[in-house]
Structures are given as C-alpha cells and as structure tokens.
Design a protein around this ligand. Structure first.
Ligand SMILES: [Zn+2]
Length: 103
C-alpha cells in the first residue's frame, strides 16, 4: 500500500498495521485491539455474517461510514481475494466528506 494512503487511513483508523497472521501464515494490513494490541484477523470482521463489515440488513449497512480518500489517479495495490460484501458497503454505507490532506 502506498505510504500516503496508510497515512490517511491512520487518521481514521490508527489500529491498522501490517502484521503476520498466524492463521494463514502470511502478513497483511489487519486491525488490532486498541486496549491490548491483540490482532483482529480479517476473517472475523469481513467474512463472518453479522461481523463489523458483514452487515446482515441494509439498515446495518447504513451504519457503516464510507470515507473517500483525497487521492486522484491510478494506484497499484497488492491484494488477495476474500469473502465479504465490500461492494454493498460502498454502495449502501453512509458517505462521509473526504478527508483533508492538510495536517
Ligand atoms: Zn484487547
């Protein structure tokens, strides 16, 4: 992930870090607990129905904020396939004004 993207994401979600997942024996950007620092693997928040980013109803989806990052152009990311409903979240989540790129 380009460093500028991570900087902007950290303004919204500082508990995101590139870490080794022992479950899949690979590293990726994952959330971690702000209290104890424990890793929170993507499976639990993106792939479990009812998880933080796998809402069951449209009403639940609308409780998720979708933030547009202040970048224009084409960028390259290394990604892996995953289960989840990201497209529905982008379409039905609550849009929040773009972040300012100034400090
Ligand atoms: Zn914790």
């Amino acid at each position: 992930m380009p460093e500028a993207f991570l900087t902007e994401i950290h303004k919204l979600q500082p508990q995101l870090e590139y870490r080794l997942s022992q479950a899949i024996d690979a590293s990726y950007f994952m959330n971690f607990c702000s209290c104890c620092g424990a890793s929170i693997g993507d499976h639990y928040i993106f792939s479990q129905p009812g998880g933080a980013f796998f809402p069951i109803t449209d009403e639940d989806t609308q409780h998720i904020e979708v933030h547009e990052l202040p970048f224009l152009g084409s960028f390259s990311f290394e990604c892996t396939p995953a289960q989840g409903i990201g497209k529905a979240i982008i379409q039905k989540g609550t849009r929040v004004s773009p972040l300012s790129s100034s400090p």
